[in-house]
Every structure is written in structure tokens, then in C-alpha cells.
Design a protein around this ligand. Structure first.
Ligand code: GTA
Length: 182
């Protein structure tokens, strides 16, 4: 009940700071309510709105955003395996690091594929907002990984959001790409 109330009022930290081992079994209906949808829509998805919705509702993949460029795949494995609980150490199937299209170096996001839908939903509910390398990470249900999606779509090869940023963000390459040239 605390978790539900926390999400309802947007107090994500209350939910995320809980020890994964304290998660009690709940019904799928409760999980569905816990999974908060973002407003993100992948404009490169080739399909109808209904197909996109169906993919989001059934996918076992999440997108993880706001990562530091220095966060490693190993750290992400550790975080998600730990969050899945000691009883399910193999919940994570695959991690695909987001890479700068030009330099092929990490550019601040990744996709995590789980073995089950429930594990993906739990990750959204319990891991989003956790601090990794001093940054609150964002975990979003994703429609599913396809080759090519691991690359940043910004003009400079990184993520689009890093094109427009005007602040200085040490963990994400300093100033935004456009800010540097303007
Ligand atoms: N499931 O939230 C997400 C998400 N994001 C942000 C990226 N991906 C995501 N997937 C899920 N949820 O495979 C995926 C993409 C792709 C990979 C890299 O990560 O599907 P990208 O970040 O480089 O490019 O993607 P994307 O997603 O096509 O960028 P988009 O939607 O144009 O913009 C993302 C954000 O950038 C916006 O929400 C906004 O914050 C900022 N932004 C975009 N345009 C502007 C603008 N003109 N001015 C200011 N800010 C802008």
C-alpha cells in the first residue's frame, strides 16, 4: 500500500529505496497499476498505434535512461539482478548498452531484457528513480529492442536530449552538443 501511495503522489524515492527482499507477492492487477507509463513514443516504430500499444503491453524489455557515460554494463547487471531479489538471480536476459553512433562509446542509456513480463514491470516499479553513479535513473517499459536502436539519434551521434541541453553535465559529456557550438 505504501508503494501504491508513493507512486500516486509521485514520490518515487519512497518506493525505490525499499529493499527488494521486502517485496511481497501481489496480484498481476496490482503490478499493472504499479507500472507507470511515460509519455515517450518511439517515432521510428513502424506499425500502427494499436500495434505499438500491444508491444508495450507485452514486451519484456525496459529502456534505462539518464545514465552516466561512465556507468558500465556490469554495474547495470548488478543493480537489476539485485533488484530482482535473491530468489531470481537470473531474471535479466540481456543488456544492450546505448552507444554513440559515431564513436561507439556509451552515451547514457541501455535496454534491459528480462525473461518475464513481470520482472520487467517490477524493474519499472522498483528500480526507476534509484541512484546509480550519483544520478537518478529512469526505467521505462519499451516496445522491444531491434538492431539499430542501441545508437543515439542525435546529430552528433549521442542521444537527442543531449543535443538540446544547455546545462553542464559532467557525467554526460559536459555541455549539450548544440550549446557547444552556439
Ligand atoms: N522506451 O524514454 C524513452 C526513450 N528515450 C528517451 C529514448 N529511447 C527511449 N525508449 C523508451 N523510452 O532506440 C530509445 C529510442 C532509441 C534510443 C536512442 O533510445 O527509441 P534518442 O534518445 O537518441 O532519440 O534514442 P529519440 O528517442 O528518437 O529522441 P526524441 O523522442 O526525439 O527526443 C527525446 C527527448 O529529447 C525528448 O523527450 C526531449 O526531452 C528532448 N528533445 C527532443 N527534441 C527537442 C527539442 N526540439 N528541444 C528540446 N528538447 C528536445
Amino acid at each position: 500500500a505504501t508503494a501504491m501511495a508513493g507512486l500516486k503522489h509521485g514520490v518515487v524515492s519512497q518506493v525505490c529505496e525499499r529493499d527488494a527482499s521486502s517485496i511481497v507477492p501481489v496480484t498481476s492487477l496490482t503490478y499493472a497499476k504499479l507500472v507507470k507509463r511515460s509519455n515517450y513514443r518511439d517515432r521510428q516504430f513502424r506499425g500502427t498505434g494499436m500495434e505499438y500499444e500491444h508491444a508495450l503491453n507485452t514486451s519484456t524489455t525496459v529502456y534505462v535512461g539518464n545514465l552516466s557515460f561512465f556507468t558500465t554494463e556490469e554495474q547495470i547487471w548488478e543493480l537489476f539482478c539485485q533488484a530482482s531479489g535473491a530468489s531470481k538471480p537470473h531474471a535479466v536476459k540481456k543488456i544492450t548498452m546505448g552507444l554513440n553512433r559515431e564513436t561507439k562509446t556509451p552515451c547514457g542509456f541501455c535496454f534491459v531484457e528480462f525473461h518475464t513480463r513481470r520482472a520487467a514491470e517490477q524493474a519499472v516499479a522498483w528500480v526507476s528513480g534509484r541512484i546509480l553513479d550519483d544520478r537518478p535513473i529512469r526505467v521505462d517499459i519499451d516496445w522491444g529492442f531491434q538492431e539499430g536502436r542501441q545508437y543515439g539519434r542525435g546529430k552528433s551521434g549521442g542521444q537527442v536530449r543531449d543535443e538540446y541541453r544547455l546545462d553542464y553535465d559532467e557525467g554526460r559529456g559536459g555541455y549539450g552538443a548544440l550549446g557547444e557550438t552556439e
